[in-house]
Design a protein around this ligand. Sequence first.
Ligand SMILES: [Zn+2]
Ligand SMILES: [Zn+2]
Length: 99
Amino acid sequence: MKVHNINGTSDNKCKCGSWKAHWEKFNERKNTWPKYCAAYGCLESATVGAHVQKDSGTDKWFIIPFCNKHNGREFQGKSIEVSAGTSFAPANREETCEK
Ligand SMILES: [Zn+2]
Ligand SMILES: [Zn+2]
């Protein structure tokens, strides 16, 4: 599956304190925070809960674990293939922590 990541949402905080904490509470497979970035083949540490949209989907936003590089400028707006086992958390606060 491919996703893209758009700038300008990282300072949009939720009640969980960080988007990493938000992902830990609400990811669909109830996974613990992974060691590696969700980008396919990336062996950097997962450090941030990144806001992404699925390329073939609705305009819903999700949080997935990314490294600094994949959440950074270089990849803004670009399609990124993610690992098959990636667990997504809905980013919509009204559906999750602020329900
Ligand atoms: Zn939250
Ligand atoms: Zn990465």
